[in-house]
Design a protein around this ligand. Structure first.
Ligand SMILES: [Zn+2]
Length: 350
């Protein structure tokens, strides 16, 4: 899953804006258009993997149409393939150097890859090409923050091969204080909610215990029967429209003050993204629980490595059973060596 800021910055590249034979200012053969249509349908159903496949077919047939590369990039970012986004946007830029859409697409991908100087340059180029874009203030804010990070000498993303501490502390250090341990965790009973299965609560419980074990004693957990007594409260929902980002696998929101973390709320959907799709598998639920618990424990960003549980991607893209990696463990341990610093008081971690 992406951070809210990054995915919102990318909204300009919405594939649904194209018509059947005219894409942006380009005209494409009907055969290509059919793949574009399939890609758009997949993207509308949030089947980004399917959309990538269809848009790739379109690009293969009409490689000289910049809009098709931008469309492909727009769904690649949803699968966490940031290098792929850079590649496709660069192809679009080579074909049409002053296409603002390509520049607005490549910026967040550079940012996710920790290439901040390139991200700043891309955002500046976008503002130059589309000065009246309604999202301009967001791009300006992103530039300001990235420039401040560069100046402060803050570790850049992916600077340590053994952990991803730099990525999960991009807006401060949001670990819980030692005095709060053991953290009191409440898990709601979802009985009666369509799609909910009792095994989900067991998976959530197991996932908390796995993070506690991975933290090597730095995070401890006790389960409590009442929400009002909890530090972290976990609930279930079958209404994705209530999520900050409706296509997220789950949602975790920390409430913080200047002193430290006060509370965290985790909400996990118990219905699949595609209402007509297969029910959520235990493996996918396990991946979602581990990921959202990581956010609730203070990881506000994402790993750039697809095998880590804190990688920003839909869990349906994970090929293996969910399990914390050595890097997940090293990161939670390193995070809890640090002291709470909130540089963005109302940060949310979807
Ligand atoms: Zn996430």
């Amino acid at each position: 899953m992406l951070t809210a800021a990054v995915s919102l910055l990318f909204c300009a590249a919405c594939p649904a804006q194209n018509s059947v034979v005219k894409v942006g200012s380009s005209v494409i053969p009907e055969e290509t258009a059919r793949y574009v249509e399939v890609g758009e349908l997949c993207a509308a159903k949030r089947d980004y993997k399917g959309a990538v496949t269809a848009f790739r077919e379109a690009v293969k047939r009409s490689p000289d149409v910049p809009e098709l590369h931008v469309n492909l990039a727009g769904v690649l970012i949803r699968t966490g393939d940031y290098a792929g986004v850079v590649e496709e946007c660069n192809k679009a830029i080579a074909l049409r150097p002053n296409d603002p859409m390509a520049w607005s697409g490549i910026g967040p991908a550079y940012q996710m890859l920790g290439q901040n100087a390139k991200a700043i340059a891309a955002y500046k180029k976008f503002i130059e090409l589309a000065p009246k874009d309604p999202n301009r203030p967001r791009y300006e804010q992103a530039i300001k923050e990235l420039e401040a990070d560069l100046k402060s000498g803050k570790p850049q993303a992916d600077s340590d091969p053994n952990n991803y501490l730099a990525e999960v502390t991009f807006d401060g250090v949001h670990c819980w204080s030692k005095s709060k341990m053991p953290l009191k965790v409440y898990i709601a009973n979802g009985a009666g909610l369509a799609g909910y299965r009792p095994e989900f609560s067991e998976i959530m419980k197991k996932s908390f215990n796995e993070w506690a074990a991975a933290s090597n004693g730095k995070v401890s957990i006790v389960f409590v029967p009442n929400k009002k007594d909890s530090d972290i409260s976990c609930g279930w929902s079958n209404d994705r429209s209530k999520f900050v980002l409706s296509d997220e696998a789950g949602q975790s929101i920390q409430t913080t003050t200047d002193e430290g973390v006060l509370h965290a709320d985790i909400t996990i959907p118990c219905v699949p993204q595609d209402p007509a799709g297969d029910p959520i598998t235990p493996e996918a639920m396990h991946g979602t629980c581990l990921h959202e618990i990581g956010h609730a424990l203070g990881m506000h960003g994402h790993s750039l490595h697809p095998e880590d549980m804190m990688f920003a991607s839909d869990v349906s893209f994970r090929k293996s059973a969910a399990a914390l990696t050595k890097r997940d463990a090293a990161t939670i341990q390193a995070l809890y060596e640090l002291k709470f610093v909130d540089s963005k008081p109302k940060a949310k971690a979807p």
